[in-house]
Design a protein around this ligand. Structure first.
Ligand code: HEC
Ligand code: HEC
Ligand code: HEC
Length: 440
């Protein structure tokens, strides 16, 4: 059993699969089929539009929007052509492959009309009428305005056409039977197009529109119910799991030792590192990679909106948790020595990293979370700069540390830098991560 509903190992670069518990879907089978709602008709193919059919301005707007929507992250296989699909999304229910969304007529969406494209993005129905899995986050994309979907369509239709047939999914029975998805949609697909809130300004509304729609931030940062649908209302943004990583709460219950502000969020979302909160590792890396290329004003807007979710926490900055170096070393002398040898060169006071204005580990969120997963994953897998070679880098320690040593280090850092309860079962958690990594 994987640690979470969402846990999974994507081959190579990671992607998120936000759909659903198998059993629950199976129960929905009856609902969907019985009501006869499962059938959606196919839409006719159209001649592939020519690049010159689209104004340049529309295409470049579509490019920016696609960046915020992370389309390339899921739709590009390791070493494969951009947008040609074939990326494996591992789920506890089997493996799902993304599809080719380049304008190739035979294997991509070259024959798709704008209407067929919008139906896929909003209702999760392919051109031929098949239901699509909500791994394509259409529960969010359906909030996107018509004009923006037109722009994304124009952008995709002007990419190079690549022939890449879809790979067959390997899902456990009976999830390969797509009509089941009609039941899921009946229960959970009720989101409407975004409407601005008059009690907020234009920047906030722009941020809310992008975060709730294309950015699908709550797709990872909210908990999900048993059928894999996001919890809304008071539970929205109260934290979720993504591929074995904790996606921390972004509402007032957030674990960040120092409350986020719109400015610190902007820095984090734009560069992948913010001195007092840490790095954007794991599945947050590709999100930042996209945002680092998106229009700056859009990233500022998203930061403004996300900051407002925890506005009740912005009181004077809470002091950083105390640094209990001596206490932690006494409790765990072996780990203290290990830290001094392997980690202090970057993470101890006076290390070059500090001189770049980074205060080290004392306030990073990974050490404040209820679960140790992110700290363990960072130690084993290292941190890869999401925005290019100049970004923050930490080497992976999987080859040089045993599970017992990783566990010791995590326990040491928790005692030293957090007031929260000690983590348990650390060695097993380290072994689990390692096992996932070693699968081919
Ligand atoms: C989290 C991963 C993920 C992201 C992000 C994502 N997709 Fe997908 N998409 C998928 C998967 C997986 C499928 C195949 C679903 C299936 O087979 O039911 C898919 C299918 C599609 C399809 C239907 C293709 C067909 O042949 O039926 C279209 C169109 C599409 N995506 C467009 C987009 C666009 C545009 C974006 C960005 C705005 C995007 N996707 C972002 C995972 C993703
Ligand atoms: C694919 C899943 C996924 C998506 C989509 C996603 N996040 Fe994250 N996010 C994560 C994970 C996992 C982490 C933890 C990263 C770490 O520990 O290094 C994270 C961390 C963060 C943090 C740091 C939290 C803290 O207290 O340290 C912020 C802020 C954040 N995300 C904002 C966003 C915003 C804004 C969006 C939408 C534009 C977004 N995320 C979309 C998975 C995701
Ligand atoms: C070559 C420099 C380097 C070394 C050596 C190094 N780290 Fe890091 N570490 C980083 C950078 C860069 C970051 C991300 C920036 C930040 O958090 O300020 C980071 C972040 C972390 C984080 C927070 C992860 C997150 O998601 O925010 C933890 C935990 C951590 N390191 C533990 C360790 C431990 C334990 C060791 C020794 C086994 C170690 N590091 C060795 C550079 C290093």
């Amino acid at each position: 059993m994987k640690p979470t509903r969402w846990a999974g190992r994507a081959a190579g670069r990671r992607a998120v699969v936000g759909w659903a518990a198998g059993g629950a879907l199976a129960c929905l089978a009856g609902v969907g089929a019985f009501l006869g709602i499962a059938y959606r008709s196919g839409l006719p193919t159209v001649p592939t539009p020519k690049a010159s059919d689209f104004p340049v301005e529309l295409v470049s707007r579509g490019a920016a929007l696609a960046t915020i929507g992370d389309c390339i992250v899921c739709h590009t296989a390791d070493g494969g052509a951009a947008y040609a699909g074939g990326r494996a999304l591992a789920t506890p229910f089997g493996t799902l492959y993304s599809t080719n969304i380049t304008p190739d007529r035979e294997t991509g969406i070259g024959g798709w009309s704008k209407e067929a494209f919008k139906r896929a993005m909003r209702d999760g129905v392919s051109r031929d009428g098949r239901h699509l899995y909500p791994a394509l986050p259409y529960d969010h994309y359906r909030r996107v305005h018509d004009g923006d979907l037109d722009a994304i369509y124009a952008f995709l239709m002007t990419r190079p056409a690549t022939s890449a047939p879809a790979k067959a999914n390997e899902l456990i029975f009976p999830l390969g039977f797509r009509p089941l998805l009609a039941g899921w949609k009946l229960l959970f697909l009720h989101q409407e197009e975004f409407t601005p809130r008059p009690d907020h300004d234009a920047v906030w509304n722009r941020g809310a529109y992008l975060a709730e729609g294309l950015g699908h931030c709550s797709g990872c940062h909210s908990p999900r119910n048993l059928a894999g649908a996001e919890e809304t209302g008071g539970s929205a943004y109260s934290g979720g799991m993504a591929e074995g990583w904790v996606a921390p709460a972004l509402n007032g219950a957030g674990p960040a030792a120092i409350p986020w502000t719109a400015d610190s969020l902007f820095t984090y979302l734009r560069t992948g590192v913010e001195g007092r909160h840490g790095a954007a590792a794991g599945p947050m890396g590709p999100v930042v990679h996209g945002l680092s290329r998106a229009p700056e004003s859009d990233v500022r807007a998203i930061a403004t909106y996300i900051a407002s979710l925890s506005a009740d926490r912005t009181a004077p900055e809470t002091p950083a948790p105390p640094d209990r170096t001596a206490e932690a070393a006494k409790a765990n002398p072996a780990a203290a020595a290990l830290f001094a040898g392997a980690c202090a060169g970057c993470h101890e006071g006076g290390a070059p990293m500090m001189t770049q204005g980074r205060p080290g580990l004392s306030t990073v969120t990974a050490l404040q979370l209820d679960r140790p997963d992110n700290a363990i994953r960072a130690i084993l897998q290292g941190i890869h700069p999401p925005t290019g070679p100049a970004g923050p880098t930490m080497p992976p320690f999987a080859a040089s540390l045993t599970d017992a040593q990783v566990a010791d280090l995590a326990a040491y850092l928790r005692t030293r830098f957090s007031d929260r309860p000690a983590w348990t079962s650390l060695e097993a958690a380290s072994a689990t991560v390692r096992k996932e990594e070693s699968q081919p």
